[in-house]
Design a protein around this ligand. Structure first.
Ligand code: XCC
Ligand code: SF4
Length: 638
């Protein structure tokens, strides 16, 4: 192995790094092989304490300026910027970057949709015309007596405004409960178009522009909302229209989904089009035959991270692991190819892939990696990329040089829930008007709903915070909705299976057992957090639980977050009215006016608020206390 040997002495015990057995086994093997993973790098790279408190600014060359988080008002930057200005600007830019990632993803889906509708791209079609009509109708497009094509054209025209509109409100503002929307209008934070909001956020945070933390956060809210009710929601809805709306499907997760005697191909990243086309390639008779000719029993396509979570939810494709397992999985020696597109692709993958002879390919023009082969994916000719990935994977299988060691762990669960399906499951009609979710909340069997989402982060024990938090929530009759890497953490622990109902409190377990549903409902990828927004606004619409999202007995958490996207998601939940608790660390100095704005002030404006604790039990307590307070305010008692 040609990677630099890491000093084992300085490395933490594996049981302190992860509760994922497969990942633990691979960390152990990597150490023997002398291969460095993100866990090792995080042990040797101490987090910068000034950056962690967001007490530094490098927005101009009079600086960079460092303030002292312990005495935050003692100093100002060379330009005179205070701690509140500096950290509000930093936070605003994190939101802008996260929102940009989701909206660019959504825009890529919309570009694809346009070309499919125009007939220029023929490898994809509209798979769910019912969803097409529903989405169109939800934003006021007349669908009666129109052909699918006509509705699709009209929907494209309308949704393009999500990005490009310079005045007015984004189309999906029409889905926001009226009282919530009224609060946004009063605060002047209804997003116009995502491009405009992100641009304005970047402008305002330039040196010498917006120097009032409250005004900066006003734009922070508007930018984040252009993600949640804009870019992300478009990504989810268009993906459902093109590739099918998820319905519950049984699927396997964990590294044991790799198969020693098959050609293993992993797709990692975020945009579903690459994965959809990979499915076509691995099912092609010619390539299947080629794999057999190379001595393999077949082609095994599996997902990781959000690409994987989306395919797991939509098609039941096996999922091999979440974010911090993406390097570790190559240590199995069994990964013949990994193709990545955008977001959460660690540069470290390239070196680990080299160590085990795995073919790593970048495929998206937005994401190249030094020393990594780029095979560009084009939707008008998808198979020229995806077939080549398969061919290269087969060639690697044929000449596998490294011993294969696959952790023999697989967990089965049910994934692919949507708000519509939750009601259907509880005895309502699919896409109908009888909505038992609210009834069960009002009668107290379900105490409230929590969205537990987000990344894993090598700074904390992988999966542990997610799992402990969710166990605590369901034990207290809180129904948990999940997306992204968090969903995979719980799936690996078996909580996405109906058999896990016994872990729930008496009310929730009664509901789960009656309908055979798991206490933890997986909804897909990070952009699919927009499904949770839709669930919340439908809960308001149905009635009995208040008039705005802020009144609902709901809470959100990202217990092991790491990305700027997570900050944007957190902020759009807060701006939508949800109490949102983050773990790991919070990038703001305590005891400052800006901190107080995020943790108290926004709620006083009629929005939600932030919370923080790295401890899962305390996190659960905070969320449950909030849910109970909302129940009390609604006059519904447990
Ligand atoms: Fe990335 Fe989306 Fe986070 Fe996972 S959860 S580490 S952002 S892949 Ni969405
Ligand atoms: Fe320092 Fe102000 Fe420049 Fe930031 S903008 S680096 S605080 S002088």
């Amino acid at each position: 192995m040609d990677t630099k040997k890491t000093k084992e002495k300085t490395l933490p015990d594996i049981q302190d790094i992860t509760i994922c057995d497969s990942t633990g086994q691979m960390i152990e093997k990597a150490r023997k092989d002398g291969v460095e993973l993100c866990f090792d790098r995080s042990a040797t790279m101490k987090a910068c304490p000034i950056g962690a408190d967001s007490a530094c600014c490098k927005h101009c060359a009079m600086g960079p300026c460092r303030l002292n988080a312990k005495d935050p008002y003692a100093k100002v930057g060379v330009c005179g910027a205070t701690i509140d200005t500096i950290q509000a600007r930093n936070f605003g830019r994190m939101i802008a970057a996260g929102a940009a990632a989701h909206t660019d993803h959504g825009m890529a889906m919309l570009d694809l949709f346009r070309e499919v509708v125009n007939g220029k791209i023929t490898d994809y079609t509209i798979k769910d015309p019912i969803k097409l009509n529903e989405v169109a109708a939800s934003i006021g497009i007349e669908t009666e007596e129109k052909t699918t094509e006509e509705v699709a054209h009209a929907l494209y025209e309308e949704l393009e405004r999500t990005y490009t509109q310079v005045e007015g409100e984004v189309p999906f503002a029409k889905r926001v409960p009226p009282k919530t929307l009224e609060t946004w209008r009063k605060l002047d934070i209804v997003p116009r178009g995502a491009m405009r909001e992100i641009m304005e956020m970047m402008h305002r945070t330039h040196m010498g522009v917006d120097q009032h933390y409250e005004n900066i956060m006003k734009q922070g809210n508007r930018t984040a909302l252009s993600d949640g009710w804009g870019g992300s929601m478009v990504a989810t809805e268009i993906s459902d229209i093109l590739f099918g709306t998820p319905v519950p499907v049984a699927a396997e997760v964990n590294m044991g989904v790799l198969k020693e005697n098959q050609v293993n191909i992993i797709i990692h990243g975020h945009e579903p089009n690459l994965f959809e086309s990979m499915m076509a390639s691995v099912n092609s008779p010619a390539l299947t035959q080629a794999a057999k000719d190379a001595g393999a029993e077949g082609l095994n396509l599996v997902g990781m991270c959000c690409s994987g979570a989306e395919m797991l939810s939509r098609h039941g494709i096996p999922h091999a692991g979440n974010f911090t397992s993406t390097e570790a999985i190559m240590v199995t020696g069994a990964v013949d190819a990994m193709a990545v597109d955008v977001q959460c692709i660690q540069q470290g993958l390239s070196k680990v892939a080299d160590c085990y002879g795995t073919y790593l390919f970048t495929t998206n023009p937005r994401c190249h990696i030094e020393n990594t082969e780029h095979i560009e994916f084009h939707e008008d000719d998808p198979s020229s990329c995806t077939d080549e990935v398969v061919i290269k994977a087969i060639s690697r299988f044929k000449s596998r040089k490294y011993p294969v060691q696959i952790p023999n762990i697989r967990n089965t669960g049910i994934h692919g829930f949507s708000y519509e399906y939750i009601n259907y499951m509880l005895g309502g009609t699919f896409r109908g008007s009888y909505t038992p979710l609210n009834d069960n909340i009002i009668n107290g069997r379900i105490r409230g709903v929590a969205g537990v989402v987000g990344c894993t982060n090598p700074r904390v024990k992988q999966d542990w915070v997610h799992v402990e938090l969710v166990k605590e929530l369901i034990r207290n009759d809180v129904l948990v909705l999940q997306t992204g890497c968090s969903q995979i953490a719980l799936a690996k622990e078996g909580l996405c299976s109906p058999e896990a109902a016994y872990l729930a409190g008496p009310g929730l377990s009664e509901v789960c057992e009656a309908v055979g549903m798991p206490p933890v409902l997986g909804m897909g990828s990070c952009v699919d957090n927009s499904r949770i927004l839709i669930a919340a606004s439908e809960m308001v619409k149905v009635g009995g639980l208040g008039e705005s999202i802020a009144e609902l007995p709901v809470a959100g958490a990202a217990p092991e977050w790491m990305s700027e996207k997570a900050i944007s998601i957190g902020q759009y939940f807060v701006a939508s009215g949800v109490y949102t608790v983050f773990g790991v660390t919070f990038p703001v100095t305590q005891n400052t006016r800006f901190h107080d704005l995020l943790f108290n002030g926004l709620e006083k404006q009629g929005l939600g608020k932030w919370g923080f604790t790295p401890d899962p039990y305390e996190m659960a307590q905070k969320m449950i206390a909030h849910i109970d307070a909302k129940r009390k305010a609604l006059g519904i008692h447990k």
